[in-house]
Design a protein around this ligand. Structure first.
Ligand code: GDP
Length: 485
């Protein structure tokens, strides 16, 4: 019966969305990516570029002057936090610091007044929805039993390099009897150790794909609740939990997690998106080596899987995801010389194609781009012996180190960005791992990217400074260009 009520309620809302859309064309754009991928910076730069008018030659409606004005408006959903645009922009432009990252869902509405190609005046409403990629990777749980999820999570945790950080959790798991009586203390300990394992995987940079549950790392207001207090047990995939057993308790909470966390996210947010951009810090993955790259590919396949979830798990076909365009973007391309941007894009394209085959994905149009939402560096030629080498110049963040020097946050340095490998197979085998190079340290094989401060801006422009970017206009053209014809 409750399914029927839900279905009726969803039908009513879908109808409301639909009728609003007729009078007031609206695009709901989802912006996601794993933690630190660059979501907050991307949305801030995009909104600023649209409302101020950025240098966007490839974003046709803006470069030809058909966009008259883009302005912020109150958002439609009262229960979703607002994206803190003004504060983030001030941090970027005035303090030259990066804003604080996404930890929860948030939303912002932008209204764009434009002229159609045939001259008619029109308005497009753009609702931008920012949410952690960790939540997206939860969607496949909707079609998965506790036993299957536990088996998969365990199998993965027994492989290197995850196994190394799973030691404490595995030791505790070995003391548990799934068929024994349910026990809150055992469950609390198991959940705590399992969460520590997930966090360590993420911190070690080798588990970008992070098996769900995503809220264990981004709990929001559910921290400590039973729906977030469970962990995998070593139980047979086709088995049934005895009543009042530890196993049964885990199953109950896993199902609660799906009910109170995953399903509402799917229904209230994901299923209502029209377009989606998925940001990935691919450079860091190349830098970290073949396991990180495999993880990235698995994460991409997992994300593509999400776009099919609705079909199998929702009652009505009306609520399958309606996303018809997905853009995968490699962020922070300003760490590379422009001669490498195409190569970065080509590597990401290969990764996405492989992931599409893995996920047997069909449906939405998919594209890839390498971009920097905010370009923190500029390019220069630096004389080194007889050679003039292409380099990038930026202000490293205070406290960053290279060559034993600790930067003060004010001094500019020139660095030689590494060459991206041409061969994906080589990357996967670890033969050809990409290494950026710090100033003057060609041989250093273990360089982590220098992080730069946001750029110093040109204040002479009467419209106020624009934020420099790389290929943000290409992203915009793909995501909403067709809606502004
Ligand atoms: P989120 O967790 O996905 O919201 O990630 P953020 O947008 O907060 O970005 C995480 C960090 O990545 C920032 O603090 C910056 O250090 C860096 N970053 C993000 N976008 C860019 C970019 O376009 N250029 C550069 N150089 N760094 C970026």
């Amino acid at each position: 019966f409750s399914d029927l009520v839900e279905e009726a309620w969803l039908s009513a809302r879908a109808l409301k969305d639909y009728s609003e859309n007729i009078f007031n064309p609206t695009v709901r754009l989802g912006v996601t990516g794993l933690s630190r991928a660059g979501k907050t910076v991307f949305i801030t730069a995009l909104v600023h570029g649209l409302s101020r008018g950025g240098r966007f030659p490839i974003f046709e409606s803006m470069s030809t002057g058909r966009i008259a004005k883009a302005r912020l408006a109150p958002q439609p959903d009262d229960a979703v936090p607002r994206f803190g645009y003004e504060g983030f922009l001030a941090t970027l432009m005035e303090q030259r610091d990066w804003p604080s990252s996404t930890v929860d869902i948030s939303e912002l509405r932008l209204v764009i007044d434009y002229q159609r190609k045939n001259g008619a005046e029109r308005t497009l409403t753009l609702d931008i929805v920012d949410y952690p990629g960790e939540w997206l990777l939860d969607l496949p749980l909707l079609n998965k039993s506790y036993e299957k999820w536990a088996a998969e999570s365990l199998a993965l945790s027994r492989q290197d390099p995850r196994r190394r950080v799973a030691v404490d959790w595995h030791a505790h798991l070995a003391t548990l009897d799934p068929n024994g009586r349910e026990n809150e203390q055992e469950t609390l300990t198991a959940a705590r150790l399992f969460t520590t394992y997930l966090r360590d995987c993420r911190n070690e940079q080798f588990a970008m794909s992070l098996l769900p549950p995503g809220r264990f790392l981004m709990p929001g207001n559910l921290a400590g609740s039973p729906a977030l207090t469970f962990a995998p047990l070593d139980v047979p995939e086709g088995g049934t939990a005895p009543e009042r057993s530890l196993w049964a308790m885990m199953v109950r909470r896993y199902e609660a997690y799906k009910d109170v966390v995953v399903r509402p996210f799917f229904r209230d947010h994901f299923a209502r998106l029209d377009r989606q951009i998925v940001l990935a810090d691919a450079l860091s993955a190349f830098n970290a080596g073949p396991e990180a790259l495999q993880d990235l590919e698995a994460a991409l396949a997992g994300i593509l899987d999400c776009f099919r979830v609705g079909r199998a798990s929702m009652l009505s076909t009306m609520f399958r995801p309606r996303i018809d365009r997905i853009l995968f973007a490699a962020t922070k391309a300003d760490h590379l010389h422009h001669s490498s941007h195409d190569r970065l894009e080509a590597i990401l394209r290969k990764l996405v194609e492989r992931a599409m085959q893995r996920a047997e994905f069909a449906g939405a149009t998919v594209d890839v781009v390498a971009l920097a939402a905010v370009r923190a560096t500029r390019e220069a030629q630096v004389q080194r012996g007889r050679d003039r080498l292409p380099s990038i110049v930026g202000t490293p963040i205070k406290g960053e180190m290279a060559d034993g020097e600790i930067f003060d946050g004010e001094t500019e340095v020139a660095t030689f960005p590494g060459d991206l490998p041409t061969n994906l197979q080589g990357l996967f085998k670890g033969e050809d791992t990409f290494r950026g190079l710090a100033a003057g340290r060609h041989e250093d094989a273990d360089f982590r990217f220098l992080r730069f401060r946001p750029p110093r801006l040109d204040n002479r422009d009467p419209d106020g400074p624009a934020l420099p970017h790389i290929r943000l206009d290409r992203a915009l053209q793909f995501l909403i260009g067709d809606q502004l014809q």
